[in-house]
Design a binder for this molecule. Structure first.
Ligand SMILES: [Zn+2]
Length: 279
């Protein structure tokens, strides 16, 4: 493998939006405090505010696994333990669309061979409006609902009900993804993949129990901007990217337009900077 000893940073592309729960969402927390007669499975909460949230790692993992399957990548890496394997794809090839976006450790263990993730996914918290709405829910726990699910014994037909805590349908979380611009030649493709993933997520599920109807989300992009090196140095403003009609997500054609606009802007900005420093 060719080794790259430099990893330039030309700027960042920021994508902001919301994830609206179309069905109850279950992202598990610790069940350590579980009392007898309590809930079987609780949702993850911010320790200070006690509000449920979507950890950035959960969203990133979901997007990565969707892209692995989208490109039919081999699950060749065990991220768990031998007894409890968690298989995923990891190859550290800069031409691999999955590892390039989401990162891979160095297969040769040599310095510089790893691919640092280009995407940073933040924890997603409830929007202010949603927080107010959910605060009024009647139930045992703040901001969430309980759902009873049944396991059915196929021979005796005996039901084995259990209670699951979920964030109710209608809750809205804010998300933000930050893409680090390294190689200018892959910006367009990387952004296109990222936006396609957000669209794909709408027809998939987040969190646990997806096949039982949990975790359906609507994704809306509310803002997208490019921040070049000049932005951080204070010599030029951020460049807002044009979004399609409000309330719709950036799949398909919109993803194409947006990623092209970002790539074009960055190419010009970096070329200008190179000319300036050559003079
Ligand atoms: Zn790969």
């Amino acid at each position: 493998m060719t080794t790259t000893r430099t990893k330039p940073l030309h700027g960042k592309v920021l994508l902001h939006g919301t994830l609206s729960c179309r069905s109850g969402l279950r992202i598990g927390g610790s069940d350590g405090e579980l009392a007898i007669g309590g809930l079987d499975a609780t949702v993850i909460r911010d320790p200070l505010t006690r509000q449920p949230y979507i950890p950035g790692s959960s969203l990133k993992g979901k997007l990565r696994s969707l892209l692995e399957r989208f490109f039919d990548k081999e699950f060749n890496h065990n991220g768990g333990t031998p007894n409890n394997p968690i298989w995923r794809h990891e190859c550290a090839d800069p031409a691999c669309p999955v590892c390039r976006l989401f990162g891979a450790s160095s297969p040769s263990r040599e310095r510089g061979d790893n691919l640092p993730a280009r995407v940073l996914v933040s924890d997603c918290f409830l929007t202010e409006e949603s927080e107010k709405e959910l605060a009024g829910i009647e139930g045992g726990m703040p901001y969430t609902e309980w759902k009873t699910e049944n396991g059915l014994d196929r021979i005796t037909c005996a039901a084995n009900p259990r209670q699951i805590e979920r964030v109710p349908a209608g809750a809205v979380f804010a998300f933000s993804l930050v893409y680090a611009v390294g190689d200018l030649t892959t910006v367009k493709e990387d952004l296109l993949h990222l936006l396609t993933l957000l669209r794909l997520l709408e027809d998939d599920a987040l969190g646990g129990g997806g096949s039982r109807g949990n975790g359906r989300v609507g994704v809306t992009l509310t803002a997208a901007e490019v921040r070049t090196r000049g932005f951080y140095l204070g010599t030029e403003p951020a460049k807002a990217l044009s979004l399609a009609a409000e309330g719709s997500l950036a799949g398909g054609e919109n993803a194409r337009t947006l990623s092209e606009e970002a790539a074009r802007y960055l190419a010009t900005a970096v070329a200008t900077k190179t000319t300036e420093s050559a003079q």
